[in-house]
Design a protein around this ligand. Sequence first.
Ligand code: PMT
Length: 401
Amino acid sequence: MSIAQRRILLAVTGGIAAYKACELVRRLRDLDAHVRVVMTEGATHFVTATTFQALSGEPVRISLWDEHGEAAMGHIELAKWAERILIAPASADTIARLANGFANDLLSTVCLASAAPVYVAPAMNQQMWAHPAVQANMETLRRRGVIQLGPDSGDQACGDIGSGRMLEALELREAMVASFVDERLRDLKVVVTAGPTYEDIDPVRFIGNRSSGKMGFAVAEAAAYAGAEVTLIAGPVGLATPPRVARRIDVRSAAQMHDAVLEATAQADIYIGAAAVGDYRPATVAGQKLKKRDGKGLTLELSENPDILADLSQRSPKPFLLGFAAETHDVAVYAQDKLKRKGLDMIAANQVGGGLGFEAEDNALSLFWPGGEEALPRASKRTLAQQLIVKLAERYRAQRG
Ligand code: PMT
């Protein structure tokens, strides 16, 4: 979906990354989005309002007490005008003020007065970003439905290296584009699995895997923002339920996930298997903790778990099936094979390793469907999830109308 004519309020706060916000305005305007800029007083120490005014073609607002701008309750008008509020860069101070519901400057007041989804692109020194106060404030915002974009990691303007760099202008624009997919899955029931499964060996040990659930949770969130009624079936993960997700079912083992999925998909239109489901489980679960057998080693007999996707593909009618594949090599070959073997409509393959895939914040996906493919280059899991949902909706409509 295009962002042409969509109304984006860009809030620029005090940080050196404010210079990237200039590029962002240009890139958004390239796609004919309407952009208005609000600056905090701190931001004006880095970039002038004249720069943003020239780039956006709109007056820039800085103060809540601007007599001209407030003649007609300008902050309320701005709050109502905005379809999206994008805060980029978002300083630690702004994140703290929003988390605490302040309303004593233009930006915080507009955010409180607006029903538009708020996107925050943090930008700060890596030590500041890692500080528990900043993380707690960000967590508060995420729980309220604020969408976090980045930060990236790498060289910082202050000379440090680490996490805290603002995403690049094109990545932020992509997130805005993806955010306008809201109608694509409207009225559809979508079931998403996420995270690992744990297969118990005894009361204290299990066989698990490194899946954090981040990819699957991001997909569930993106599907929900696209208007779907989402059921999220999660393995053991420590993640909060994303906003707008209708139902969450927590499971532990592959067998439990299998049963939960089969029940939840009875009426579903789409199934997305982002969970890393254990292929095997111990044939027997010891009732008591296994004792160390000095020098004797231990052999575990494993039984195969049911394959959720393969079972769903036998159903008639069956939901549209999107599988994931995590591979360490020959990604395309193995993914295409799984697409056929498991009877899928689409597969999203990720190469694990090199800072991508399991546990990582970022991923890169190669999508395959019968007769087509598309690469989604490295980005945050949230951004990728939004892009994936755009493609999924396209394939679903092409197949089922
Ligand atoms: O959770 P994160 O840390 O964010 O990491 C994300 C991820 C790497 C786990 C995710 O992007 C991903 O690739 N998930 C699928 C990983 C996987 O287990 O792939 P697989 O090749 O083993 O399985 C292929 C597909 O079959 C998957 O959709 C899986 O859910 C499904 N499957 C597997 C086994 C089984 N018994 N039943 C299944 O349905």
